[in-house]
Design a protein around this ligand. Structure first.
Ligand code: ZN
Ligand code: ZN
Length: 185
């Protein structure tokens, strides 16, 4: 392989992983996989969350690809792209937004502030449904996300009784008010 091919493969995989992570988060973690992800949306003082099991499961893929990649080179570079995405994700999501590992940096402007605000708005809704901003490295502006939250809330308030009953059964009706100031501080 040429260096150009290797670089292209790594960059492609980082971008692909953002799409994959978005879809996983939106449709699996907030869908049938909520059982593990729920722990990430609840306040707690534990060092680890059941949600961390996702990271463990997803790590199996690049480990396997690195291994097979010793015989078939493209897979090794694909594994590297996935690993780089994992590292960026851990920095943005776990350290920057959730301040795990004692990391304390609150960006005041620019791209990282936008990521921070967007993921805080993801956590503005308690429960599985009605959340916004499921991506991590590409984030929409806080104004757009707040508008989406408002629409979701309005839809719920005006929703059919059947949906409301279902929400009560699932215990997802309690919600924190969307605190715009908190999210943009
Ligand atoms: Zn979530
Ligand atoms: Zn989070």
């Amino acid at each position: 392989m040429t260096w150009w091919e290797r670089t292209a493969l790594v960059v492609f995989m980082v971008l692909f992983m953002e799409c994959f992570a978005w879809a996983m988060h939106k449709y699996v973690m907030h869908g049938w996989g909520w059982g593990w992800h729920k722990s990430h949306h609840e306040p707690h003082d534990n060092a680890v969350e059941k949600n961390d099991l996702y990271a463990v499961v997803f790590a199996i893929v690049p480990i396997a690809l690195f291994t097979v990649g010793m015989w078939y080179e493209p897979l090794w570079w694909i594994a590297l792209g996935i690993t780089i995405y994992g590292a960026i994700y851990a920095f943005v999501h776990d350290m920057l937004v959730h301040q795990r590992g004692g990391f304390r940096w609150v960006p005041r402007h620019g791209y990282f502030k936008r990521l921070l605000q967007a993921h805080r708005l993801h956590h503005a809704v308690e429960g599985r449904e009605g959340t916004v901003s499921h991506g991590f490295l590409f984030a929409r502006s806080p104004a757009v996300l707040k508008e989406q939250l408002r629409r979701h809330a309005a839809k719920r308030a005006a929703g059919p009784a059947v949906a409301a009953d279902r929400d009560v059964m699932a215990g997802t009706t309690s919600r924190r008010p969307v605190d715009a100031e908190h999210a943009t501080s």
